[in-house]
Write a protein of this length. Structure first.
Length: 578
């Protein structure tokens, strides 16, 4: 509807005729909200209200004012340049309407004088029936009548929404198709009514296991679908989360369903796909992939799951297994702390790096390479990292109290560092254990300087105030920008072992090591060379700068207790480097 422009003369009487004869309730409101005119249709529409009987009322102090942002919308129309009218839906109970709450559609048409909006027409229609019908249609189209869950149409719609979201924010969601095994048998043996009740109960159970953000839908007879939107960046993380969800469903299905006094237990098969599957992914394509996976799972004989991409499934289920075992390992005390010495050019021991190991009940001693990357996919790394840090502090207290001060380097994973509670946790730990924070070096990696640098800088500052020092681990493998190193409270660079080991023979690596040494000298940083295994490697470094060495040439990582015992017997503290 275009804005109404008031003129004197003929159009005035035309307007009056129109206003009084249109069958739609209409009001003319001035800028202060006073009703200047109302038409006969309005009087019969709004039959008995006191406001109406008074002859005039103010829209801003009427029943309208309390309804949502109606008043604000109207003010916007008055403030605007009057270029367009507004439609507004409002739920109100008009005075005296025995039917109670009604949905009114209010069209606000600005009336212009020059460029100013001087008054506004309100055209008011009762659209309650229409809305009820709309909702009914919507329910029929998008919801399953038996279970009340979203149906296939709504699931396709949601997948479509997620696909466009995932184009903007690159990460992965997962879709799980859940198909009840041997459902036909139940239906045939007990009849459709029991079958239906069963599906309703399964739907309820699935829904109760999911988060609010997840969509649970009934796709067809005995098939449900679950869309898991992810906050995670990587395919591995969402795959693992999916397996956790499936495990939760399996556990829950172990509880029998009860119908007419009889108990029944079911299993289900699960087909999983991640989305998006490429740039051109579409909702039906997602469903087709999940369905392919489901067929493979079914072929395995019920109770199984399959990923559309089998590689994803294999690595996810391995990771999942390791994650579960690692959680148990933490509470069973299977983790161990090893120490590896760091020495100066004179081969005097100056400090040690703390390295975690897992004493697995059947697999023996497991190296961090096969569980730290998995722990890093979830917050489990925080638990592992905290456990190691606590042991490190205990060692500092133990050796400190013996008069044998020790400097320890502890690895801190980016996820652990980024955790909101990391700084307060460290503060509390140092206070609780009484460890000398100035003997503690945190090894962080360059990836921490990507992303929220401001936050990283702030946290590093807070930790530095506690006395803690920072070392950049695997220096040279990441995004090595000197710009950030200058800005940050960094004490030490660790040259990655790949460069150290090849430096004597590879001109490129030699040049890189020399550059790092030059930078470190310029910025007055300590340098630790990792992975020194041979004399030529040690010589290469010693001939160029004052470097701390860490490597098999000087000592392998050894169990902390053994190491500390030996060292106590030797009876001298390490040389605490400035
Ligand atoms: P990293 O921080 O680069 O640790 C140095 C790794 O090099 C250690 O492997 C160490 O045993 C190994 N290494 C030391 N000297 C030599 C040598 O002369 N030759 C060779 N070939 N290797 C040497 P490790 O203990 O297997 O640890 C692997 C990685 O696991 C570590 O790499 C670190 O990134 C991670 N990690 C270990 N413990 C922890 C921990 O407590 N927390 C976290 N977040 N990560 C840890
Ligand atoms: Ca390290
Ligand atoms: Ca390293």
């Amino acid at each position: 509807m275009i804005p109404f422009v008031s003129h004197a003369g003929n159009s005035g009487s035309l307007f009056r005729a129109l206003f009084s004869q249109i069958p739609v309730a209409a009001l003319l409101i001035d800028h202060s909200g006073v009703v200047v005119k109302k038409n006969p249709a309005f009087n019969s529409f709004w039959s008995t209200g006191p406001e109406i009987r008074d002859g005039s009322f103010n829209i801003y102090s009427s029943v309208f004012s309390g309804a949502g942002d109606f008043a604000e919308t109207l003010r916007t129309v008055f403030r605007g340049k009057g270029q367009s009218s507004r439609e507004y839906q409002i739920d109100l109970s008009p005075y005296g309407d025995p039917r109670g709450l009604r949905t009114l559609s209010v069209t606000m048409v600005p009336v212009l004088s020059g460029h100013r909006v001087t008054s506004v027409f309100l055209l008011i229609e009762d659209v309650t029936e229409q809305r009820v019908a709309d909702e009914k249609i919507h329910r029929l189209v998008f919801y399953d009548t038996l279970t009340g869950l979203p149906n296939r149409n709504l699931m396709l719609d949601r997948i479509g929404q997620r696909l466009s979201y995932l184009q903007r924010y690159p990460r992965n969601d997962a879709l799980i198709l859940v198909n009840i095994d041997r459902f036909r048998v139940i239906n045939d043996a007990r009849g459709n009514q029991v079958g239906d009740a069963f599906l309703v109960a399964i739907g309820k159970r699935l829904l109760s296991l999911m988060r609010e953000a997840d969509t649970v839908a009934r796709m067809n007879a005995d098939e449900f679908a679950i869309l898991l939107p992810s906050d995670e960046a990587s395919a591995e993380e969402i795959s693992m989360k999916t397996l956790i969800v499936i495990e939760r469903i399996r556990e829950s299905l172990k509880n029998p369903f009860e119908f007419e006094g009889e108990m029944a237990i079911v299993t289900a098969s699960y087909g999983i796909t991640l989305l998006p599957g490429g740039k051109e992914d579409a909702p039906v394509a997602v469903l087709r992939r999940a369905d392919t996976a489901l067929h493979r799972a079914k072929a395995a004989g019920g109770g199984h799951y399959a990923f559309f991409d089998p590689d994803m499934g294999n690595s996810a289920s391995e990771s999942y297994q390791v994650e579960r075992e690692l959680r148990r390992a933490l509470s069973n005390g299977e983790l161990r702390v090893f120490l590896q010495p760091q020495v100066n050019a004179q081969r005097e021991f100056v400090s040690a790096e703390v390295l975690v190991r897992w004493q697995h009940p059947t697999r023996g001693l497991v190296f961090p390479g096969s569980f730290i990357p998995i722990a890093e996919q979830t917050d489990l790394i925080i638990d592992v990292g905290e456990w190691v840090m606590e042991r490190a502090c205990e060692i500092l207290v133990d050796t400190g109290s013996m008069g044998l001060p020790l400097r320890l380097s502890v690895n801190v994973s980016p996820r652990q560092f980024r955790n909101r509670l990391f700084v307060p946790w460290m503060r509390e730990l140092i206070a609780r254990t009484g460890a000398d924070a100035s003997c503690l070096t945190l090894e962080i990696t360059e990836s921490l300087f990507m992303g929220d640098l401001e936050n990283t800088v702030m946290k590093m500052g807070q930790l530095t105030e506690l006395g803690v020092r920072f070392s950049v681990d695997d220096f040279g493998t990441g995004y090595s920008s000197l710009a950030y190193i200058k800005q940050l409270p960094i004490h030490e660079l660790k040259i990655d072992k790949a460069f150290v080991q090849d430096a004597p023979n590879d001109a490129n690596d030699a040049a890189l090591v020399e550059t790092i040494l030059a930078v470190a000298a310029l910025l007055n940083l300590r340098v630790v060379a990792e992975g020194v295994e041979s004399e030529p490697q040690a010589d290469f470094l010693n001939s160029r700068a004052d470097v701390t060495h860490q490597g098999y040439l000087f000592g392998r990582p050894e169990p902390a207790e053994k190491w500390i015992d030996q060292w106590k017997r030797a009876g001298s503290g390490c040389i605490l480097t400035p």
